[in-house]
Design a binder for this molecule. Structure first.
Ligand SMILES: *Cc1c(COP(=O)(O)O)cnc(C)c1O
Length: 501
């Protein structure tokens, strides 16, 4: 299997090279040359005895053909093991007989990004072993919260790679700060930057484009890279759990093998739902993909009207990981919509860049709507979804998943379709305790994070996840704070530490 660019002006690469490069030379995204059929029957027969890790290795083999079976197995076993607090890795939980919640938040940072970021660094590490030149990667991340911690957990102690994360001193929650500054690992560094997220991000961008710095790094056999969500190595692991979710629904007797299901995904950058679309194209029986947005509903409008228009106000919502106006992974869907015609993709992307919007022709809109339904939830509807699932089903949703639940309900009311659904739950409710408690009518002002966690635990009867509870006692390892113009110097100091002499 080789990888091609959505914009058609790049060389083709193996999976290993595509994962190392991240982005194609023409600015496009790497996609597999074809979508391989994945044999469900095979997985069903093994369903009793096979672990998530082995299942993942089997499915990934179809996409990552230049990785040896032994390497894939080793990477998957290490990624999907004791770091997760459930043996099933992604267990399902039925709200009612038609609605299964696929819990994607049992990893070390309590959000679904762990499923990709626990595996991708290990794939990258194997890929680097085949490079002709011998060098180490330095992953640089500027984070507004969640991605930074998930990347730290994923890259910690992975051979051949170091990671450094900058976060805004005044721009993350206390839980998020503690998650990062307590991170262990020989190859990790973390530093707060005075200022907001934009300061941290522009500082990192400047380091990437600093010629002198990059030359010095190269002399020392280091290369800079990012852990960006458009990397194929981050997308491909996400295809797996839609298959295992389907199998669990079948194992529970709610569907028979071969029956179609709905898949509903709360969406921001369009990565997670794109993986569901690929699963469908590879053979998973899916009747409809339901794309759920918050008040930043650029994707709802796109699916309903065929017009992608980013010229609109940006809202901060209670589901912050979905506050996005340019969904970068959408380009991979455009490639399929165009009939794999890069010239057409380039036209749309150019329109987006020059005029801020583009419009699909009618037959492409029909294709889009045959696969996808789009909807959104505002703050009130999100809070109502949290209240309803708690009151009627005794189950707590985080605000991102609640957006998904609302849109699923809306779809069912609008269409009368009662096909069983799999709802992707992207974060633990404990991670977004303030919004969840507010939705349930509790006062949160003036209370610290740990008393909020305790309150949510008492209310739900569920223990505080260990990974959050332990933050109260773990030592703070990374205490540095720097100014924006000191970031490059901080990196040099870090490199001296990871490779003395
Ligand atoms: C990143 C994230 C999302 C959005 O996922 P995309 O792949 O960007 O669509 C949704 N919910 C949570 C909790 C997230 O962290």
């Amino acid at each position: 299997m080789h990888y091609i660019s959505t914009r058609g002006q790049s060389k083709n690469y193996s999976a290993k090279k595509a994962i190392i490069k991240g982005l194609a030379e023409d600015g496009g995204l790497f996609v597999p040359a074809f979508l391989p059929p994945i044999n469900l029957q095979l997985s069903f027969n093994h369903q009793q005895s096979i672990s998530y890790a082995s299942q993942a290795a089997l499915i990934l083999k179809s996409f990552l053909t230049d990785f040896s079976e032994a390497d894939l197995n080793s990477a998957c076993q290490k990624a999907y093991g004791e770091k997760f607090d459930q043996e099933a890795i992604v267990p399902i939980n039925f709200l009612d007989k038609e609605t299964a919640v696929l819990e994607l938040w049992h990893g070390p940072t309590l959000a679904f990004k762990d499923l990709a970021l626990q595996l991708m660094p290990r794939l990258l590490s194997f890929a680097l072993q085949e490079e002709e030149e011998n060098y180490e990667l330095l992953i640089l991340v500027a984070t507004s919260g969640d991605t930074g911690k998930a990347a730290l957990e994923g890259f910690a102690d992975v051979p051949g790679i170091s990671i450094f994360v900058f976060f805004p001193h005044a721009g993350v929650s206390e839980i998020q700060r503690l998650q990062m500054v307590t991170q262990r690992g020989q190859n990790v560094g973390v530093c707060a930057v005075l200022g907001n997220f934009d300061d941290a991000q522009s500082g990192v961008k400047q380091i990437f484009s600093d010629r002198q710095l990059n030359k010095n790094l190269q002399k020392n056999k280091f290369r800079l890279s990012s852990a960006n969500s458009i990397n194929w190595g981050r997308l491909v692991p996400q295809i797996v759990y839609y298959f295992t979710g389907y199998e669990q629904m079948a194992a529970a007797g709610k569907i028979s093998p071969g029956d179609p299901i709905l898949i509903c995904v709360p969406t921001g950058n369009f990565g997670n739902i794109l993986a569901a679309y690929y699963a469908q194209r590879c053979g998973l029986p899916v009747a409809k993909l339901i794309c759920a947005s918050n008040r930043n509903k650029v994707l709802t409008d796109f699916i309903r009207q065929g017009v992608y228009d980013r010229r609109r106000e940006f809202y901060r919502t209670e589901s912050p990981s979905m506050d996005i106006l340019i969904s970068s992974n959408l380009e991979r869907l455009l490639f399929e919509l165009s009939g794999r015609n890069p010239a057409l993709v380039c036209e749309w992307i150019k329109d987006l860049e020059t005029q801020g919007w583009y419009c699909l022709p009618d037959e492409k809109i029909s294709y889009l709507q045959s696969y996808f339904y789009g909807g959104f939830a505002d703050r009130q509807e999100t809070f109502q979804a949290i209240r309803d699932t708690f009151n009627y089903h005794g189950y707590l949703l985080d605000p991102h998943t609640a957006v998904g639940y609302h849109v699923l309900r809306q779809y069912r009311e609008e269409t009368g379709d009662s096909t069983p659904a799999l709802l992707a739950a992207t974060a633990s409710p404990f991670k977004f305790n303030v919004a969840v408690l507010e939705a349930l009518g509790r006062e949160t002002k003036g209370k610290d994070e740990f008393s909020l966690l305790a309150e949510l635990s008492a209310l739900s009867g569920k223990p505080v996840p260990l990974k959050l509870a332990e933050l109260q006692t773990l030592p703070e390892i990374h205490k540095d704070v720097c100014r924006r113009e000191e970031m490059a110097a901080v990196i040099w100091r870090f490199l001296k530490k990871v490779r003395p002499g």
